[in-house]
Every structure is written in structure tokens, then in C-alpha cells.
Design a protein around this ligand. Structure first.
Ligand SMILES: Nc1ncnc2c1ncn2[C@@H]1O[C@H](COP(=O)(O)OP(=O)(O)O)[C@@H](O)[C@H]1O
Ligand SMILES: [Mg+2]
Length: 226
């Protein structure tokens, strides 16, 4: 067993230098996610929820973008320990988007009987943020996510790594069953829609798919304002 290692995020370093060059734009994005963070924290605390799945309706809607920026906004609060997990095992992209090295395959860790906490890293530029972000697609993502061994490993991780808030990046809801298989791990979800197209029809389909799933806290209409 190893302790969490520090990894540096290229994304955060780039944002910091961009904000030095053009403070206005960086501040707008930061403010937007600070507002979302505050609303989400309040509502999660009111309900006693700690695990939030961020679910894009369709691929490319911006689920990963929102999950990363929301996790960063949460971790900027000193008293909030956040863990960001990329459970889009078939197509993980958090490590690339955040610009950090990905961890070893979850599949291997489980086969070898290692703890998932051995795969967790801490982001140097955001000390309240821990991450579990595989660097590559898992060989059989759907089977992995639904397996008893993974479910046990998640329970063990949560016992050994009690973050105050867990942000779970998932596969797109529409067009596959990976997201639906992931959702039982969450207390609630935040949907992310591409605000530029198809949102109404997608939402109708989403409502049908999400019957008996954890409650939807809200829908982020992404990409619609710029
Ligand atoms: N609001 C936004 N502003 C700028 N770029 C965005 C925004 N939302 C998403 N992107 C970019 O669009 C691409 C797809 O977004 P991503 O979050 O990976 O989608 P998803 O996870 O829903 O498939 C990424 O390159 C991401 O950085
Ligand atoms: Mg994604």
C-alpha cells in the first residue's frame, strides 16, 4: 500500500497563467462554477448526499468539463475535501483534460487485490482535491463497473478515503448503458446538456431513462452562452 502521490495539473497551471493575462474571462468561468458549487453544496448537505454523478446527455456535451471545474470550485473551499473520479471507464478523459498522469488500470488493481486508494493522487495546485483518473480505457468497462469486485473496492475506498464530496464523471447517458450502470454509485446527479442543440428531445429521452435512478439536482446548459 502506498500513500497518495502529488501530481501537477497542466490544466490548472494554464488557467492560472491565462487568468494573469486576461483576468476577466477567467473570472467569469470561475464565478459561474462558484455559484453552481454553492447551490450544489447547500442542496447536497440539506439531503445528506455526498456523491454527485456529473452526467452528459450526449458525448461532447461537456460532462467532463463541468465535473473538473465543479470539483476545482469545491476544492477551493478550505473545509471541503473533494475526490474526483473518472468512472467513464470505456472512454476516460479526465486525466488528459486536467493534464495529469493517469493512474494504472482499475481492472489490474482489482485483479491483483490492490486497494483503489493506491490509485488515488492529490493535485499539487489544488491540495483539497484527490483524483482517481485512469489513463486509458479499461478493457471491459461495462463488466468492470457492474462487477461485485468493483463494488467492494469502491466501498473499501470510501471507508479508507472519506472525502466530504465525491464527484463522479460518467459516460454519456444517451447511446449506451455505461452511465446507467454507474449511477447507482451516486446519491444524486447533475445533467449536462449541449445547450446549442437537441436539448429538448434529449431531455425527454433522459427522463425516461432515469426512472428509478438517483435524483437529478439540475441541468447545466453548457456551451450556450459563449
Ligand atoms: N463550456 C465550455 N467551454 C469551453 N470548452 C468546453 C466547454 N464544455 C466543453 N468544452 C470542451 O469540449 C470538449 C468536449 O467536452 P467534454 O467535457 O469532454 O464532453 P463530455 O465529457 O460530455 O463527453 C472538450 O474538449 C472540452 O474541453
Ligand atoms: Mg466525459
Amino acid at each position: 500500500m502506498r500513500g497518495p502521490q502529488l501530481v501537477s495539473s497542466k490544466f490548472i497551471r494554464q488557467e492560472a497563467s491565462r487568468s494573469a493575462a486576461d483576468g476577466e474571462h477567467a473570472r467569469i468561468i470561475m464565478d459561474r462554477f462558484s455559484i453552481l458549487r454553492t447551490r450544489i453544496l447547500r442542496e447536497m448537505r440539506n439531503h445528506g448526499w455526498r456523491r454527485l454523478a456529473v452526467v452528459p446527455l450526449t458525448k461532447g456535451a461537456g460532462g467532463t468539463f463541468v465535473a473538473i471545474n465543479l470539483a476545482l470550485a469545491l476544492s477551493r473551499q478550505k473545509q471541503t475535501e473533494v475526490i474526483l473520479m473518472d468512472l467513464d471507464f470505456g472512454d476516460p478523459s479526465v486525466s488528459a483534460e486536467l493534464g495529469v498522469p493517469g493512474c494504472e488500470p482499475v481492472t489490474d488493481a482489482i485483479l491483483q487485490g490492490h486497494r483503489l486508494s493506491d490509485l488515488v493522487n492529490i493535485v499539487e495546485e489544488a491540495p483539497n482535491l484527490s483524483i482517481l483518473v485512469p489513463g486509458h480505457a479499461e478493457p471491459d468497462a461495462a463488466e468492470l463497473i457492474q462487477s461485485e469486485d468493483f463494488s467492494k473496492a469502491m466501498t473499501d475506498l470510501r471507508n479508507h478515503y472519506p472525502a466530504s464530496i465525491e464527484i463522479i464523471d460518467t459516460a454519456p447517458l444517451i447511446g449506451g448503458d455505461m452511465a446507467l450502470a454507474t449511477l447507482p454509485l451516486a446519491d444524486a446527479m447533475l445533467l449536462v446538456a449541449d445547450g446549442r442543440e437537441g436539448t429538448a428531445a434529449d431531455m425527454t429521452l433522459a427522463q425516461r431513462l432515469l426512472k428509478d435512478m438517483p435524483p437529478v439536482m439540475g441541468v447545466v446548459l453548457n456551451k450556450s452562452e459563449d
